[in-house]
Every structure is written in structure tokens, then in C-alpha cells.
Design a protein around this ligand. Sequence first.
Ligand code: ADP
Length: 178
Amino acid sequence: MDEVQLIKGTLQLTTKNVRDCMTPLERVFALEQATLLDADTLARIRQRGHSRIPVYDGTPDAMVGILLIKALVGHGGGGTDAAPVRVRDCPLRPLVVLDATYSLYDALHTFQTGKSHLAAIRDRGADGRDHVVGIVTMEDILEELLLAEIHDETDLDKLRHCCASPPPPGAAPAAGWC
Ligand code: ADP
């Protein structure tokens, strides 16, 4: 990355808004609050690999909080002896909600305060009412700043698992890797 790119990315923080880089609701992995954290649910959580899971009441756009996967430790979320608990019995983090028109700069500032590194995005629907339409995380904003994808450890695990011939060290992943 060169300085010009970094400056471009920095300028974008004020011109782009969170709607431009959110993960839309239909692609969000969220859990209904009454879901039992049994072996099947834990397997789904593991498979998706996210560290924060929005929790909703009834329908996905009615988010009520965030389940941090690390909070599952000690809450029947992985032990073999303990009876499975429901999502709502785990400590949930309060949901931070941002308007879709919020700039990336303002969202970054909100994340800086430490309340959450995942926010729900709210937008006006055709019915004239506000609905949750997606989520944005700190990583989404940093990718806009750097104008590049950020891969974490679990992304690299998926790459190793899915690519027939993994790229050599330091090389860009092949197009279409899953
Ligand atoms: P994680 O490492 O927990 O997946 P990141 O903050 O690194 O979370 O985000 C990586 C990407 O995954 C971002 O595009 C973000 O919007 C998306 N993401 C994070 N959590 C979820 C989730 N629960 N469901 C769907 N996408 C998610």
C-alpha cells in the first residue's frame, strides 16, 4: 500500500456512509433469543466463525443485543456436562444502532468509544418506518480505509481448506477462493 492509497481511503471515511459497506441483513448470521445453545447450534456457530452474533426477538430486524462468542465459555456453551442454555440466558452486549447515513468516520469514532465493534444499521423502509437493514463492524471500516480486504485467521483456515492448490506464501489468494 502506498501513501496515495491511504490518503484516498482516509478521504472516503467522510464521503462514504455505513450503508456502503454494511453486511446486509440477509447475509447476517444472527440467533433468535430463545434458541437453545445445543450441539447443533454450537456447530453452526463454529462453522460461521464470527466472534459476534446479533440476537433478535422474533424477526432478524428486531435485534436486541450481541452475543460475544467468548461469553459462551462457562455458560453451557461448549461443556459436555452442563445442560444447554438458551441464547437469552447468556450475558448479551447492548446493541449499538447507527443510521444508514452515518459516515464511516463517525462510525469509527463510535467503535473507538468501546461500546461495541459491531453496530446494527437502521434505514427508512418503504412503509416510512425505520428497520435494521444490516450490520457493520470495525473491520468493514478498516477495509474502506485501507482500500483492501483484511483476512483473519479463520479466513485463512477456510482458504487452506477450500483451495486445491494454495497460493505460495506472500502471494495473493486465487480469485474465487471461498
Ligand atoms: P468476525 O471476525 O467475527 O467475522 P469481523 O469484525 O472481522 O468479524 O468482520 C468480518 C466480516 O464479517 C465483516 O464484513 C462483517 O460485517 C462480517 N460479520 C461479522 N459478524 C457477522 C455475523 N454475525 N454475520 C454475518 N457477517 C458478519
